[in-house]
Each structure stands twice: as structure tokens, then as C-alpha cells.
Write a protein that binds this ligand. Sequence first.
Ligand code: HAM
Length: 422
Amino acid sequence: MRFRRPRGTQDFFGDRMRSWAKVEEMLAALAGRYGYSEIRTPVFEVSELFVRAVGEATDIVSKEMYVFTDKKGRSLTLRPENTAPVMRAFIENGLHRAGGITRFWYQGPMFRYDRPQAGRYRQFHQFGAEAIGHPGPAIDAEIIDLSLAVYRMFGFEGLEVRLNSVGCPVCRPGFLDVLRGALEERRDELCDNCGERADVNPMRIFDCKECGEIKSRLPVITDHLCPECSEHFGGLQSILREMKVDFILDPLLVRGLDYYTKTAYEVLHPGLGGQNALCGGGRYDGLAEECGGGSIPAVGFSAGMERLMENLPEEFTGKTGLDRVDAFFILPDSSAAAAVLSIAGRLRSEGVRISIDLSGRSMKKQMRGASDSGAPLAVIIGPEEIEKKEAAVKLLSSGDQENIPFEELAARILQERKNEID
Ligand code: HAM
């Protein structure tokens, strides 16, 4: 074997590919039911976008980005996340001029150079939604509800919504000073990593697995929120309660991206162990300004597709039958290939799904191929059939065979597909 796929990436094919495609289709339909429309942005962007939006001191920017220089010396980055690109596109295309709320959903690959393990990849996929243009908590509730609808649709149980407010540029600096002070007093209890980042990014200590004991004795952001953040947070909680959405207030919840203001949340799956966040999101009212737009409030979430797919109930992961053909064409003599390809071309334009055995192998082997394909019908066309302008059609379930004129072939095959569905 000369080449292997890069570490932390995956190949998708067969049943797994089919269930991904099916789930993607269901997610697109779900987003549509919430009034979100799809957006596709490039998989790479100017590096500076992520440095500014996600934050220089975050793990994502400082350690995990796939950065490369193009032939003109520009620094580009494979997107590690899609909120910044969506905001960039929103501003660049002048969509803010329309006013109101713009609702986008997206799906696609993201790239982070992290240590691969169960549920964590270097190329992974996200389904996400962003609602841009409204400052009130009702839209935060809509986003949280949509993210939960994803898992409801697939029958997930026992999920936990962890909710926090991470404040805003008015109240956070004051809290960070208080936190730095508290960390300074306990400096010798901190792990090396947290000791180093205590000044630059002190809130990241809440994410540290080693400093567990100290965390519970540190001041929390929710005791230091300004009146506006406090009101927003209270408002969101009462809307969620009224909607009967269960949540757990978690003042230690921080997110690995710096753009958040006010709402931050995660949906956890207790069965997932270390990588237990199925999805995460929150409000990012300062991002538009950071990207060169005006002051535009926004909120969104992204769900990890691998973590969704790897925990799907069985009914969505089995054989979907989506790729199955309606008829498997068998050629007793490969000299008939051109004629059969032409006949199949006409039938395909009428919607018939056909696989043709062009291998030239024995009839017995081609017949076996027909049963393995899962097609209900084998259609045999050799020089004799071409001469008579009819095909020998074999119903694979019973072995019954009949001759069908070429012009009636499409109708006969489609009839069999309908019989199968009924
Ligand atoms: P995030 O928490 O970095 O947020 O990622 C969201 C989700 O993507 C995670 O909860 C997880 O399911 C999945 N994920 C992240 N990294 C990996 C990985 N290496 N392998 C597999 N799955 C992974 C964001 O990306 C924000 N853009 C979310 C957001 C949208 N906030 C506002 N709008």
C-alpha cells in the first residue's frame, strides 16, 4: 500500500455513506421547517479571519489550524469552523442591508489539527445554523430549540443542555480582573498549562481537566454580569422554561472560541465520555464588527456530524436501499455492449436505474452479480435479443422469465419497482 489517508480523516462509502446522505437530507429538511436557508462558503479563507474572529489565544488558532501560503504569498486557512466565514459572507454580500433576521444553515467539512481519538477527527463535519440580526433572547431560544430538534428527530434520549452567559465587553473585563486575582492567589495549585495562560486567557481554566478542584473555588462570570447581560440571560431562561426545554445552568461552561457574548451553551450526551459535546453554540454580538461590518447581533450553533452519526439509533444506520438499481443487465456476449449501453441510456432517461455487467465474465457469474446487486430484475440482452428487439427479463425472487419488447422495457421495470415498494 503506497498511500494512506491522512491521520484523523475518514473515507465514506457503502451503507455508511448512504446513511450520511439520508441524515444530511433530513437535516436540510429540518432547517427548512425552521425557515433557515442554506449557505455554502469556501472551505478555505484568509487566515486573519479566524485569528480575529476565533481569537489568537484559543487552542483552535494557536495550535489547530491548517494554514498554508498560496503562490502569491497569501496566508490561507482550511476553515476550523464556519461561523466566521458565514459572517464574512453576510457582510461581504451586503446582506445586512436587508435588515430583519437572516437565517442560514450549513453543512460541510471543518479542519482542526487536534489529537485524533474517538469522536475527534482532523477533518470532521458540522451541521449548523446562524441567525443574524436580532439582539433579543427569543432568537437564542429558537437556535437552542432547533439544535435539540436535530437529536429529537433521531430519537436521542438523555441529552443535557448546559447553559451559561459569558458576559460582554462591558462586564467581562471586570470579571477577568477578579478571576486573574483569584488565579494569582492559587498560582502554585494550577497545572503548567493554566499557569501559563492565566494572564492571557484566564477563562480557559474552566475547560482544564487537571485543575478540577480549584475550578469550584473560583469566582464565576454569572455573578459579574452587567444589567443588560443579566436581563438577556434571565429572559432566555424564562422563554426556555415556558417552552419546556430542560437546561442546567453551568457557570463554569466556557467555549473554545473567543467571539461569544452573553449566551453560551452545549448539548451533551452522557454516553459519549470525554468527547461528550454533541453540539455547541451561543451569541456572538461583536463578530460582525470584528469582520469589518457594523454592530450586528447574532446567535448560532454547530452540531458535530460524526458525533451525531456515531450515536444514531440503529434504524437510521442500516441498509437504506438508496443506491439499489431497478435492473441488472447481463450480456451473454460482450459484442453487444454498444447496443446495450444505448438501450440502457434511453431507459435511464425515463428514470430507470440500471447497472450493466460489462465484465465479459460467464453467465453464471453475471447471474450471481445480479442477485448480489439487490436488483429485483435481471435483464439479459445478447445478439439474439437485439435481433428480435426484445429482452429476456428474469424476476430474481422467483426465477420466472419473460420476453419483453424493448419499447415496453421501461414500463415493465418501473412496474416492478412499484410492486417492491407496495
Ligand atoms: P465548537 O464547539 O468548536 O463550536 O464545535 C461544535 C461541534 O463540532 C462540537 O460540539 C463537536 O460536536 C464538533 N466538533 C468540534 N471539533 C471536532 C473534532 N475535532 N472532531 C469531531 N467533531 C468535532 C463551533 O464550531 C462554533 N462555530 C459553533 C457556533 C455556531 N457558535 C455559534 N454559531
